[in-house]
Design a protein around this ligand. Structure first.
Ligand code: SF4
Ligand code: SF4
Length: 679
């Protein structure tokens, strides 16, 4: 190898790469701040789990596709050392990294290098076949992805050529004892007629090393311009992943006059969201089970991130100039430069409003993205902008917001009728029972919706039977603010949260039980943002606990319409990991034959109501609740068990729309338990 040529190749490649990377990262400096370096211990643990451990690629439903990625990823980490050594040998023949060479460590490395070269080539081949022939619907057949796979494959092919010819030229090298792949290549080439003294062997050897390095360095320079840039950003992205609780939205600071009210421009996202845009590997795992995408709404979480990334790239020049002004402490000039942008707008041109409002916030995308990109927060940021800055939202939400503002319930029903459902049930209010242990926070659906009032009643029956000391606020209860928050009306949500905390403090609430996963999630995971931690229990948790304590020993054979299938509520399951508890209750009830839907638990399918979707019309594509009802009915079950008012209402609507009320029954687990006791 010619040292001059090697020096030139390395200098040009590394300078060009540095320039491209700086150009990619500079725009992040004009994006909003976000502290992502607290709690280093937890962050490092996550890096080992999700980056080195590739945990999200190895889930049961993903094994083959995931393994291909793991094989390439681990291979790249190992083989990179060999590439560094190869470049070094361009200057000093036979150079190796300190400690390597013909020693035990060096030879061990050579064995693993061969193993992982094979792993990369096999991984690329599997991934190529997967993409072209067995492509799952979540993936796109992108030419770029196929080019990248070929690029990596041939980079390894060149390395193998280099090693195989090396062994022909130096047959006594100690490496020949461990480099099984190189020896296989050597034998094939020698069988084909190559020999140590043939000039073509030396030429192929040079071609192998130059080919490997040129392909490697050109690939390095291609990275910042393609989806493979995640090879650079995934490690910092995963280290700086969100550590907030899964069901928690970020809190908007309403006191700070300079704070943004949502995101209307690409630079108004935080720098971490910008990094996420670069990190997206276009794998499509986020949309594999996205209810909006799968029912033909104009939202695909993958496309959302890719489209935002395209806009970020288009705006790079402006943002780089603005960043330089920012470094020179010229904030006005930075703003001026950004305002000169005359290209596409984030909302409208790049991301349609229909897409923004189509999200059910079910969390499937976040739970399954290997790069832990935060799609829901991204969408809520844009909703916040639309609602708070532009007052632009689907017209049917006007009634929703008015109801919440004036009557503290989205149904706009008189708040002095909120407690009517328990008039004859012997339920006490905190005034009547000041020593209550649990506040039964009923929520709006449990108080006003006829279907869910039956669930509230069933839960009261169970708690009374088990002797639980609880109280209900009745007409004094207010909406918890969950849905207003997910609809982007942070101001209204914070008002509601503040009022609840004030009221609950005044009566000494410590423990809360609720039959609504949305209230449960918000009070448990979001109220602490406002300084209040309550011990919050979902009714399924309490029922299972009481069951274990023997409170419902008298349960008899459940009389239902047939086998039972449990529908996972996203806010109970994906956001709060309560998958087994509801199933345990169903299994406890005598006579219940429990079926499972194909889409369940972490890959469960939303009912279509979350994120305020229940209050919006669904005019585009197939109705999500119909799709889910069909999935559940396909199991052969005739009783659909739920643990959430939204799920119950949506599935009940779908059942009625299909006109199959005679065949099916939709019951909350509390109702099923009570029915079996009353039997
Ligand atoms: S939260 Fe659910 S509906 Fe929204 S983009 Fe993600 S997967 Fe789709
Ligand atoms: S957002 Fe995540 S899951 Fe979706 S395509 Fe990108 S990397 Fe894959």
């Amino acid at each position: 190898m010619n040292p001059f040529a090697m020096g030139l190749l390395l200098t040009i490649s590394l300078l060009a790469f540095t320039f491209s990377v700086v150009r990619r990262f500079l725009p992040l400096f004009v994006m909003q701040s976000d502290i992502r370096w607290d709690n280093p211990k937890e962050r490092i643990t996550g890096v080992f789990k999700y980056f080195f451990g590739q945990l999200r690629f190895l889930r049961p439903f993903e094994r083959i596709h995931g393994m291909a990625h793991v094989m390439i990823f681990w291979g790249a980490l190992v083989v990179t050392l060999s590439t560094i050594q190869m470049a070094g040998r361009g200057f000093v023949p036979g150079w190796h990294l300190p400690g390597f060479g013909d020693t035990g460590l060096g030879l061990t490395y050579i064995f693993f290098k061969d193993l992982f070269t094979f792993s990369i080539m096999a991984g690329c081949s599997i991934a190529f076949i997967n993409r072209v022939i067995f492509r799952p619907s979540r993936m796109i057949l992108s030419l770029e992805a196929l080019i990248i796979l070929n690029w990596i494959f041939w980079m390894m092919g060149m390395d193998l050529l280099y090693e195989s010819t090396l062994f022909i030229l130096s047959p006594n090298s100690p490496e020949t004892h461990v480099a099984f792949l190189g020896m296989l290549g050597k034998n094939i080439l020698m069988t084909a007629g190559l020999a140590a003294d043939s000039p073509i062997t030396s030429q192929l050897h040079a071609m192998g090393s130059w080919g490997h390095l040129i392909l490697g360095l050109s690939f390095l320079n291609y990275l910042p311009y393609c989806k493979q840039f995640h090879e650079v950003t995934s490690l910092p992205s995963l280290y700086m992943r969100s550590l907030k609780k899964k069901g928690e939205l970020t809190q908007q600071n309403l006191e700070d006059e300079d704070a943004l009210f949502g995101v209307g421009k690409i630079e108004e996202f935080s720098w971490k969201r910008g990094m996420d845009m670069y990190s997206c590997a276009e794998c499509g795992r986020c949309r594999a089970n996205c209810p909006a995408y799968l029912t033909d709404k104009p939202l695909s979480p993958m496309a959302l991130i890719m489209d935002e990334r395209d806009l970020l790239k288009k705006k790079t020049d402006h943002m780089c100039r603005a960043a330089l002004h920012k470094f020179k402490k010229e904030p006005e000039k930075a703003v001026e430069v950004l305002e000169q942008w005359e290209g596409d707008n984030l909302i409208g041109d790049v991301i349609s409003e229909d897409a923004i409002w189509a999200c059910t916030t079910c969390g499937h995308c976040i739970a399954n993205c290997p790069l832990m990109i935060e799609h829901v927060d991204n969408i809520i940021d844009m909703r916040r902008y639309l609602v708070q800055m532009e007052s632009r939202f689907p017209k049917e939400l006007t009634q929703f917001f008015k109801g919440c503002e004036n009557l503290s319930n989205p149904w706009s029903l008189a708040s002095n009728t909120r407690g009517d459902w328990f008039k004859d049930l012997g339920v006490q209010t905190p005034e009547e029972n000041p020593d209550f242990e649990y506040l039964f926070y009923v929520g709006c659906a449990g108080s006003f919706d006829d279907r869910y009032k039956k669930v509230s009643t069933a839960l009261v029956g169970l708690m009374q039977q088990a002797g639980v000391n609880f109280a209900c606020l009745g007409n004094d209860e207010m909406c918890c603010g969950e849905t207003a928050r997910r609809l982007g009306n942070e101001y209204l949500a914070q008002q509601m949260i503040g009022s609840n905390i004030e009221q609950w403090n005044s009566i000494g609430v410590k423990k809360i039980i609720t039959a609504c996963p949305h209230c449960f999630n918000t009070i448990k995971n979001e109220y602490p943002q406002f300084g209040k931690h309550y011990q919050v229990v979902h009714h399924t948790e309490m029922i299972r606990e009481l069951t274990r304590k023997g409170a419902f020993k008298g349960a008899k054979k459940f009389s239902g319409k047939g086998p039972v299938v449990y529908h996972d509520s996203c806010y109970l399951g994906r956001y709060n990991d309560l998958y087994d508890i509801p199933r345990d209750i169903a299994r406890f009830i005598p006579g219940v034959k429990l079926m499972e839907a194909e889409r369940k638990e972490r890959t469960g399918f939303c009912c279509g109501a979350g994120g305020g979707r229940m209050w919006m019309e669904e005019k585009i594509g197939k109705r999500i609740n119909t799709e889910r009802f069909e999935q559940l009915a396909a199991t052969g079950a005739r009783t659909i068990a739920t643990a959430c008012p939204y799920c119950m209402i949506m599935l009940d609507d779908a059942m009625k729309e299909k006109g199959v009320e005679e065949e099916f029954e939709i019951l909350d687990l509390a109702q099923m338990m009570l029915r079996s006791i009353e039997n």
